[in-house]
Design a protein around this ligand. Structure first.
Ligand code: ADP
Length: 487
């Protein structure tokens, strides 16, 4: 089936190891399901420990040459990969919408966003500087930066392209090689990236992709392997904690981009239209399935009713449907399990006293659609206040003072993104500094790009992706003492 792609060879059903497309040795494969209609898109190789070990060995062997390439050579390869992603953005977006469900325009946005990391780190590959430190007369103290080694990456289904690009681009720029396990739901975007990597001249073994259903099997090989020097993970906090524990035995470097519980704090003095637009974009992008999406709308009492009315009115404009339909502005959620999880969170909140303003149920269809939903009068002791919703449901909470808002916002084990809406410059600084989060959006919820350090604190993880800080996660700092200079 071509699915209307201009280049159907981007649709790859096999794993990609050491520059070759391979089936699972066991012969196993599994179906990839379109969440908009429940149909099987394709069957993909279901690899296991054998293939994971092969990929790690290939990554180790290829790193010997890759790390010795000149920074300009590595940069040129990444730049070519970027250019090919842009040239094939239409097809990549279609593959993404097919397996993930987001509206095609959002999928195209993700492809461009992902490509921006390739371009940024193609440039940064040439700016990996060392240092010469103050030293005693008989010596010189130097610092050089070196690639950490073979990197294992595990990525989620909510951004099947960009979450890979954000890890692989800095890793390859630094001189590392990568073994990737994409999410089982969305391997086709990862495999299409591998196809373009081949065309861009990424050498065999430098980037390997292992589609599989049994995440713990391949993940276990990654974490146990002494060859793998670093694990970079984006996903849920419980799985992140498990992987951290597994990485302890070989004392691996880790980057963890885990769950969020983002508050959007809207103060009485906010520009209400800006706040409505920002909250709407943040809450409903990707059907609410992003780790930085608004999980709690904290609204000050003086603006609460007006905000609720405007926000609810704006929601009526959403058009739920198949991502390939040009009218669609809200797609399905990823699986039936996810749909049921959202349903029970909403039921629980209503049972605990929240007020249903709009939405509140799944849509009858073959796909996994949930109505855009607003719950008012949510309280801090309700489960929905502390759990990551990952669906198109907006809980609205009323607060009185700045101190109350900060306390409520920080009353969570998560600390990824947070947002505030206010026109008061003192409040902007006081609240931004008091929020225990890795990122604060002030009068803005579209905060992510390749130019900024994306990442969290507390149980949202550690490490940063993007910006000049993003390379540090893939580099070791080595001190060299050149002594005996006066001998
Ligand atoms: P979600 O619930 O949103 O799918 P997960 O944290 O379960 O989030 O998944 C994120 C990524 O982690 C996926 O690629 C998934 O296959 C992988 N994963 C899940 N469990 C494990 C595990 N035990 N070991 C390694 N990877 C895992």
């Amino acid at each position: 089936m071509g699915f209307g792609l201009s280049d159907s060879s981007l649709l790859r059903p096999q794993a990609f190891i050491n520059g070759e497309w391979v089936d699972a040795k066991s012969g196993a494969e599994y179906p990839i399901i379109n969440p908009a209609n429940g149909e099987v898109i394709s069957h993909v190789a279901d690899v296991g420990q054998f293939e994971a070990k092969n990929a790690i060995e290939a990554a180790q062997t290829s790193m010997e040459l890759w790390k010795l390439k000149s920074p300009t050579d590595r940069s040129n390869v990444l730049q070519r990969w970027h250019d090919l992603i842009i040239a094939n953005a239409g097809d990549l977006a279609s593959i993404l919408t097919l397996e993930q469900g987001k509206p095609l325009a959002e999928a195209k946005g993700e492809i461009l966003y992902g490509a921006s990391y390739l371009k940024w780190f193609a440039e940064e590959a040439k700016r990996i500087y060392g240092d010469i430190l103050p030293s005693a007369q008989d010596r010189r103290s130097l610092v050089i930066k070196q690639p950490v080694g073979v990197v294992a990456a595990i990525t989620p289904w909510n951004f099947p392209n960009a979450m890979i690009a954000r890890k692989v681009a800095p890793a390859l720029a630094a001189g590392c090689t990568v073994v990737l396990k994409p999410a089982p739901e969305t391997p086709l975007s990862a495999l299409a990236l591998a196809e373009l990597a081949v065309r861009a001249g990424v050498p065999a073994g430098v980037f390997n992709v292992l589609p599989c259903l049994k995440a713990e099997e391949v993940g276990g090989v990654f974490t146990a392997s002494p060859i793998v020097k670093k694990l970079t993970f984006t996903g849920s906090t419980p799985v992140g904690k498990l992987l951290l524990r597994q990485c302890a035995d070989t004392v691996k470097r880790t980057s963890m981009e885990l769950g969020g519980n983002a508050p959007v704090i809207i103060f009485n003095d906010a520009d209400i239209d800006l706040a409505v637009a920002g909250a709407l974009a943040s809450k409903f992008r990707n059907a609410g399935q992003t780790c930085i999406c608004a999980n709690r709308l904290l609204v000050q009492e003086g603006i609460y009713d007006r905000f609720l009315a405007k926000f609810t009115e704006a929601i009526q404009a959403f058009c739920l449907g198949d991502g390939f339909d040009a009218k669609t502005t809200l797609g399905p959620v990823i699986t039936e399990k996810a749909l049921n999880g959202i349903g029970s969170l909403v039921k629980g909140a209503l049972g605990q006293g929240a007020r249903l303003v709009t939405g509140g149920k799944p849509v009858e269809s073959d796909g996994w659609f949930y109505e855009p939903t607003v719950l008012a009068d949510v309280q801090a002791d309700m489960d929905i206040f502390s759990e990551e919703i990952f669906g198109p449901v907006a809980p609205v909470i009323k607060f009185k003072t700045d101190t109350d808002a900060i306390a409520m916002a920080n009353d969570t084990s998560f600390g990824l993104a947070s947002y505030i809406y206010t026109q008061d410059i003192s409040r902007i600084w006081q609240v931004s500094e008091a929020l225990e989060y890795g990122m604060v959006g002030v009068n803005e919820t579209a905060i992510s790009s390749e130019l900024i350090p994306f990442g969290g604190v507390k149980e949202s993880g550690h490490g940063r992706e993007g910006s000049k800080y993003g390379l540090d996660d893939y580099l070791e700092t080595k001190y060299i003492c050149m002594g005996g200079l006066n001998a």
